[in-house]
Design a binder for this molecule. Structure first.
Ligand SMILES: *Cc1c(COP(=O)(O)O)cnc(C)c1O
Length: 422
């Protein structure tokens, strides 16, 4: 990679960036009178300027129409709201429209998916997952296991990196799945690991889960809107994600699920039901007897959270316009530039734990700064960088292609260099 270590060069890259206009479509937080270097789009994406209008349209329809807004809203009739996000989301996760729906929140959806895809028997009862998964996922899995009367220590198999390594090798994941074979009920991984930034090989993990007769599911909280996903072709049974990280849909925003087409009409799968998953044509007959909608829609419980979905829609339109391919291309350039600059510091104190092989990372770099990590982090914050400190020792930075610049990356590097006296 022939990048250069000058501010002029960073500005030149910005100038040539085909997506450069998108930054102005977002509100950038200001610190001490200056636009911050916002590197936490992996935690809470920034607000698109169009979000306000989408929300106001819903408020207006509610104000003017009351309940009539369900079918006669001037802008987007609420009854159909989940359909407005469907095609855009399908594109983003590499799925067919029938396989996705936006609904609820992430951890709730993870539970709903496990209701369907974790049905332990005496022989087949284990869940294999990455060690150090996001705590909410750990709690969800443990409580599901206990709900079925099993012991987490016996039913949950966590995979950790080899000693001296920071991230998992796909071959090791596959070996563990094989080793546990017919006792595995579910293999549940994140798409991009929140702590290390590692993008797992969804396709290989899915195939080896299927080889031993287990289901494969993925938590894509840090993958959606970040890396290229091919959920349908990967064969994964289910996935779920949130919309407030890379998808910029606002704090606590509506989540989404993917259920593979092969389960679209699978009546063998148990599920928790609600009226919004019931056959749409019959829904208002208010009759007994649940008839699930085909595909992911059949997992819906409640009527759509319209305000949150409006914010979601505003953001998804930007993704559609910018194009996933262009976003991915800029993203890898930004992240590669950041890695290049950090490596040029040639310091034993800095260790980037995010893998560097193509296809094994997204926007985020997880940087361990030995000895004085927290102190360096605090200095960065003072200098106007919004990054993320994760215990025990990692600074996570995620330059995102929609609104971050090469200049942001360069300035971050200069501040870090100065702070560490390198
Ligand atoms: C962000 C994140 C969550 C958060 O869950 P919510 O239900 O949206 O609060 C859960 N799991 C992972 C892996 C995450 O990255």
């Amino acid at each position: 990679m022939d990048f250069k270590i000058t501010e002029e060069y960073a500005l030149e890259l910005d100038n040539k960036d085909p997506l450069k206009e998108y930054r102005s479509q977002f509100h950038i937080p200001v610190i001490n009178g200056k636009e911050s270097i916002y590197f936490t789009g992996n935690s809470l994406g920034l607000q698109p300027k169009t979000t306000k209008q989408y929300l106001e349209e819903e408020l207006e329809d509610w104000k003017n129409l009351g309940v009539e807004g369900h079918f006669h809203a001037k802008h987007r009739p609420w009854f159909h709201y989940h359909k407005f996000t469907k095609v855009l989301l399908a594109e983003i996760v590499g799925a067919k429209p029938i396989e996705v729906v936006s609904m609820n929140n992430l951890t709730s959806n993870l539970h709903l998916m496990m209701v369907s895809f974790y049905q332990p028997t005496n022989k087949r009862y284990k869940i294999i997952m990455e060690g150090g998964a996001f705590p909410s996922d750990q709690y969800a899995v443990e409580s599901q296991v206990k709900f079925h009367g099993l012991k987490p220590s016996e039913a949950i198999v966590e995979i950790f990196p080899r000693s001296g390594e920071d991230t998992l090798r796909t071959e090791d994941i596959i070996d563990v799945i094989k080793e546990h074979g017919g006792s595995v009920a579910l293999v549940l991984f994140s798409g991009v690991q929140y702590y290390t930034g590692q993008y797992f090989d969804i396709r290989s993990i899915t195939s080896s889960a299927h080889e031993v007769g287990a289901f494969a599911g993925f938590d894509l909280a840090h993958a959606v809107g970040n890396v290229k996903l091919d959920l349908h072709d990967s064969g994964a049974d289910f996935a779920t994600w949130c919309s407030y990280k890379y998808l910029n849909s606002g704090p606590g925003g509506v989540s989404g699920i993917f259920v593979h087409e092969r389960h679209a009409n699978n009546s063998e799968l148990p599920r928790f039901a609600g009226w919004w998953g019931h056959d749409e044509g019959q829904r208002f007959k208010m009759e007994k007897g649940f008839i699930p909608m085909e595909g992911a829609d059949g997992w819906q419980l409640s009527n759509v959270n319209v305000l949150s979905s409006a914010a979601h829609l505003a953001s998804l339109k930007i993704f559609e316009e910018a194009g996933l391919e262009a976003l991915r291309k800029k993203s890898s350039q930004l992240t590669n530039y950041l890695r290049y600059l950090l490596k040029s510091l040639n310091s034993d104190l800095i260790n980037i734990i995010t893998p560097d092989s193509e296809g094994a990372y997204g926007c985020q770099l997880s940087i361990v700064i030995k000895e004085k990590g927290k102190k360096v982090f605090d200095e960065l914050t003072k200098a106007g960088v919004i990054a993320d400190w994760r215990e025990p020792e990692v600074i996570r930075v995620a330059p995102v292609p929609l609104y971050n610049t090469f200049k942001d990356v360069y300035t971050f590097y200069s501040i870090l260099k100065k702070t560490m006296n390198l």
